[in-house]
Write a protein that binds this ligand. Structure first.
Ligand code: ZN
Length: 402
């Protein structure tokens, strides 16, 4: 797997990445300076222009993880996955409780507030807004590292517009292999990737007729579900109700809603970022052709149009949250005077300690002591005055999962 050094022109525009050896030589001779360590980036001192090739960025947008891959003609330049936060609503709930508590602590009665909390058009729940914003931040960051000329985003597993509401229009699943593939993906999404009769997951699933063909059941999507081979055989020519599952009939009528919101967000992204879009079923098909295992970086590689290119070492990108609370320092003998103070360091911050780059794990003893992790993985406790802040641990953090 390749390791790349990301290069910027003297103005800070992204150029073609180079090899670690060439990057090292450039820095040694004074032709470039180091601007970031992760991902390792250098800025040229003398040249304003440099080589850039056509680079396609593929983004496999997901609910919990986002895969990305920047692919050039002969090799992959940058890849990895971004881990999205899934604690948004929990954190907001917590903040709300703290505030509620704080307000009622000193105000026994507060007049009811005027009803002025209206939701604007295009309002998204905070958890979804985070997911959308994280995609934008990620793509913008990647564009500062590699000269991206085209962006491809996967918007949904299947093309709802192509399918034109399969529940109503009655597309039949045997219209060619692609169509079959397409509807299979739809059914997988709808029925939750498991056998609807016994609930087994991780087994090959067969497209199954709720009312059997032999009993006048149609090939329409509405009459289709997924089951394991055993249940399918066992059910034989009985309907789902006769087989002891009347709820399947009801569920079949309800159309798919689970992924709807995330799909909405993805479409908004396509509009906002003005990028191209593709569908999951196409990605899956191409990935199997190339013979890659399922993973977010692999999917992104395929979305970017990757085929035989040399792969890159993937990054694990995190979005740590910098705790912004201040502590109150009550000093005895000073009456009601309260001093508030913010901790100078917070978890995930990058610091230098005895010439080493370390990560802050925690702060204690009223912000005077810090617990840190050295590059070798050892945990050290030391006083804050012995360390120096290098970089705040907020925003996107590129890590190498060794
Ligand atoms: Zn089964």
């Amino acid at each position: 797997m390749l390791i790349k050094v990301y290069v910027q022109s003297a103005q800070g525009n992204p150029l073609d990445p180079t090899t670690p050896a060439r990057g090292r030589l450039l820095v040694k001779k004074g032709g470039a300076k180091v601007v970031a360590r992760l991902p390792f980036s250098i800025r040229l001192r003398d040249r304003e222009m440099g080589y850039t090739t056509q680079v396609t960025l593929g983004v496999d947008s997901g609910y919990s993880k986002v895969g990305f891959s920047a692919v050039a003609e002969k090799e992959e330049l940058l890849t990895g996955e971004l881990v999205l936060r899934n604690d948004m609503s929990k954190k907001l709930e917590q903040r709300r409780n703290y505030r509620r508590n704080r307000r009622s602590r000193n105000t026994r009665y507060r007049a009811p507030r005027f009803d002025n909390r209206k939701r604007e058009q295009g309002w998204l729940a905070p958890s979804l807004r985070h997911k959308k914003q994280a995609h934008i931040t990620l793509i913008d960051t990647i564009k500062t590292l590699v000269p991206v000329s085209r962006t491809e985003l996967e918007v949904a597993t299947f093309d709802t517009q192509l399918l034109q509401n399969p529940e109503i229009s009655g597309v039949e699943y045997q219209q060619g292999t692609l169509q079959g593939y397409h509807i299979r993906e739809y059914l997988l999404e709808k029925w939750g990737r498991k056998c609807v009769y016994c609930g087994k997951t991780g087994v090959p699933l067969q497209v199954e007729h709720i009312i059997p063909r032999s009993r006048g059941g149609s090939d329409r999507v509405l009459n289709l579900t997924l089951s394991c081979e055993r249940c399918n055989q066992h059910k034989g020519d009985r309907t789902a109700t006769e087989f002891g599952h009347p709820e399947i009939h009801r569920q079949a009528k309800a159309s798919l809603k689970s992924a709807a919101f995330m799909n909405l967000v993805r479409w908004q992204l396509v509009d906002q970022l003005e990028c191209n879009h593709t569908y999951g079923y196409l990605t899956k098909q191409r990935r199997l052709e190339v013979g890659l295992a399922k993973s977010h970086p692999n999917d992104a590689f395929i979305i970017a149009g990757g085929r035989q290119q040399t792969r890159c070492r993937p990054f694990m990108v995190m979005q740590p949250r910098r705790n912004n609370r201040s502590i109150q320092m009550n000093r005895k003998g000073y009456g009601r005077s309260i001093r508030t103070q913010r901790y100078a360091l917070q978890p995930h911050d990058l610091i230098s300690y005895e010439g080493q780059r370390c990560q802050v794990k925690g702060i204690f003893n009223r912000g005077r002591w810090v617990r840190l992790k050295t590059p070798t993985g050892a945990t050290v406790n030391t006083q804050v005055k012995h360390v120096k802040l290098v970089r705040y641990g907020s925003g996107l953090q590129f890590n190498c999962p060794y």
